[in-house]
Structure formats: structure tokens, C-alpha cells
Design a protein around this ligand. Structure first.
Ligand code: DAH
Length: 342
């Protein structure tokens, strides 16, 4: 084989090794690799010389080219791994980790204040032996009104502005129907609470069309107004703390006799009078009373063998008093600036 072909291969090899050695980065090194070993690199071009060689020289030439190629690849990988290690070392120097740096915070959700209050009420009442019940949001007229001693066309229906679903179904206007479901399906003695959404066609600074109530009912052999007052006073003190005052005002509900309304002193003005408490110094949280014998009659529970008391409070009202919220309409808005305060 002509010496000159061999020299040409040698000079490609030498110059490739020289270039590989002078590369400063893996990127630069790779460019040199392409220049010598790539598809249109120097070595591939040199292969073309084979065509001009006599037949007997071709195998030797092919062997030489392959040897040069293999040697260059070895050198390449060797240099590449050295440069890579250097690059990793440099990176570690430049990107020192501060392990004491606090992790990026990401926002965590939490319970809506209404559910927080509900859970707290349930937990207080469960300590008095009450267990939780639920009921449907769409109620038969019978459960929402009739069985609670509110017959059709009775003026007491006007106390609650009702959304009718059809002639015999309503969006429940209070949680009191839960009492009837419990009386029908369970055997006394009973201590139950029921919570959830209720609906009334009403909306202003202290009323929402969809709000929440908590209902309580105790049925036992001897139950008096003293038991009712004791239970509610305990509950209110546990929930609001010892500083809040409560008062019971005689009132009327068709399903209780006698009946009372429960007020708490206004947390905003501390009883002096403000727009939230309508200048009265008091905020009503709900009603209560001894279960009307008529209700027992509807539910087929023998009276006076079994007697009971019941109460129903507005959960938004309780949250307003507890947290000093100035407008009930903040609750359903879900403005994070408001919710983050709880
Ligand atoms: N259901 C009544 C309302 O929404 C509140 C109420 C009053 C519930 C007296 C009771 C009760 O259980 O005994 O206005």
C-alpha cells in the first residue's frame, strides 16, 4: 500500500488526538468528534480513498481505518469522562446547597369556618351523649311541616319563607324534620343532633337563602325545661367561652310547648347596640322548647311516658358571634382573604 495513504490516516489520527486533548468542555469535544468521526468527518472522507487502491490493498486499508477509528473512540471516551468529572466538580463548587434553607411553602386548604363550627358543636354535644343524624335536603311537606304540628294553611307556615319543589315537597326550611325521622325510626330514650343545609327565600346582612342549622333532641322518661336550660347553657359556655351571656325569651313554635328563643350577647358591641345586633345588644341563635305532645302523636310515641326537649340553632349565627364576623354573606363567598382568618 502506498505510504502516502498510510501517512494520511496517521495525520488524521494525530490531529484528532491533538484536538480532542485541547477540548475544554464536553460540547467542544463532541464537535471535534463530529469533525473526525461523524458522517462527513475526516475519517469517513478518507474511506473514499479506498476506491482508488489496488484490489489487494483494500483489506489492509479497511483494517487500518477501523483501527484508527477504534483508537480515536477510546481516546474520545477517556477524555470525555475526564472532562465530565471536571464539569461535575465545578458544578458542585458553584451550586453549593444551603441545607438550612426552608422549603418553598405551598398553600394548604383547611375546613370552611361553617364546618369547623359544626364539628365543634357536634363534639361538644357528643360529650353529653348525643349522636349525629342527617336527613334529606328535599323533604316531604309532611316532615318539614305537618308532623311538626304545622298543618296546611296554618299561619305558622309564614314564619319560614319556603322554596317549593312541587306540591308536596320543599327544600327543607329547618333541620327539625330530622327529629321526626329519628322518632319514627328509633326507639327512645334518644339523644340526637342533626346538622346540615336549610333553605329559605331570604337574603340580607343577617340572612342567607341557604344556611346551616344544628338540631338537638332529647327524649326520655322525665324531661323538663330545667334539663333544656341546663343543656343549652352548658353547650353555649363550652362553645363561646365563659364570658358570653345567654338569655331565654318566651316564644312560640308549633312543635314545642312551652317554647323559647335563645339569645347571646353581641360580640361586636359587647351589648351596647350596633348594626349587627340591630341595636339590641343581643343576637338570636335559635329556638327551643319541650316537644309538643302533638309531635309525639304524629310519630306514634306514647306521651307522657316519653317526654322531650328540642332546640335548633343557626350555625352561621354561631360562627358570627364566635368570630365577630360583620356580615353573614361572607360565608358563602369563599374569598380566601376571609377564609384564611380561621
Ligand atoms: N326549627 C326552628 C327554626 O328553624 C328552630 C327551632 C325552634 C328548632 C324550636 C327546635 C325547637 O328544635 O324546639 O326556626
Amino acid at each position: 500500500m502506498e505510504n502516502n495513504v498510510q501517512n494520511q490516516l496517521k495525520s488524521i489520527k494525530d490531529s484528532a488526538i491533538k484536538d480532542f486533548t485541547k477540548a475544554q468542555s464536553t460540547a467542544e469535544l463532541y464537535n471535534f468528534k463530529v469533525q473526525y468521526l461523524g458522517k462527513s468527518g475526516a475519517l469517513t472522507e478518507a474511506m473514499k480513498l479506498m476506491a482508488a487502491l489496488p484490489k489487494e490493498d483494500k483489506p489492509l486499508f479497511g483494517k487500518l481505518v477501523n483501527e484508527v477509528k477504534a483508537e480515536l473512540e477510546t481516546v474520545y471516551f477517556d477524555i470525555e469522562s475526564k472532562i465530565k468529572n471536571k464539569e461535575i466538580d465545578a458544578k458542585m463548587q458553584n451550586e453549593k446547597l444551603d441545607l438550612s434553607f426552608s422549603a418553598a411553602s405551598f398553600p394548604l386548604g383547611h375546613e370552611h369556618p361553617i364546618f369547623k363550627v359544626t364539628n365543634e358543636i357536634v363534639s361538644i354535644m357528643s360529650r353529653l351523649g348525643y349522636s349525629l343524624r342527617t336527613g334529606p335536603l328535599i323533604e316531604k311537606d309532611y316532615y318539614n311541616f305537618e308532623a311538626l304540628n304545622i298543618p296546611p294553611n296554618h299561619p305558622a307556615r309564614d314564619m319560614q319563607d319556603t322554596f317549593f319543589v312541587d306540591e308536596s315537597h320543599v327544600l327543607r326550611t329547618h333541620t327539625s324534620p330530622i327529629q321526626i325521622h329519628s322518632l319514627e325510626n328509633e326507639k327512645p330514650p334518644l339523644r340526637i343532633i342533626g346538622t346540615g343545609s336549610v333553605f329559605r327565600c331570604d337574603s340580607d346582612i343577617s340572612h342567607l337563602p341557604n344556611f346551616h342549622q344544628i338540631e338537638g333532641m332529647c327524649v326520655d322518661e322525665k324531661v323538663s325545661m330545667a334539663d333544656l336550660k341546663g343543656t343549652i347553657s352548658f353547650f353555649v359556655k363550652e362553645f363561646f367561652g365563659p364570658n358570653l351571656k345567654t338569655r331565654f325569651r318566651p316564644s312560640f313554635f308549633p312543635f314545642t310547648e312551652p317554647s323559647a328563643e335563645v339569645d347571646c350577647s353581641c360580640p361586636i358591641c359587647k351589648g351596647k347596640g350596633c348594626s349587627l345586633c340591630k341595636q339590641s345588644g343581643w343576637i338570636e341563635i335559635g329556638g327551643c322548647g319541650l316537644i309538643n305532645p302533638k309531635v309525639f302523636e304524629f310519630a306514634k310515641i306514647p306521651y307522657p311516658q316519653w317526654q322531650g326537649f328540642a332546640f335548633g340553632f343557626g350555625i352561621e349565627r354561631m360562627a358570627i358571634i364566635k368570630y365577630g364576623v360583620d356580615d353573614i354573606r361572607h360565608f358563602p363567598k369563599n374569598d380566601i382573604r376571609f377564609l384564611n382568618q380561621f
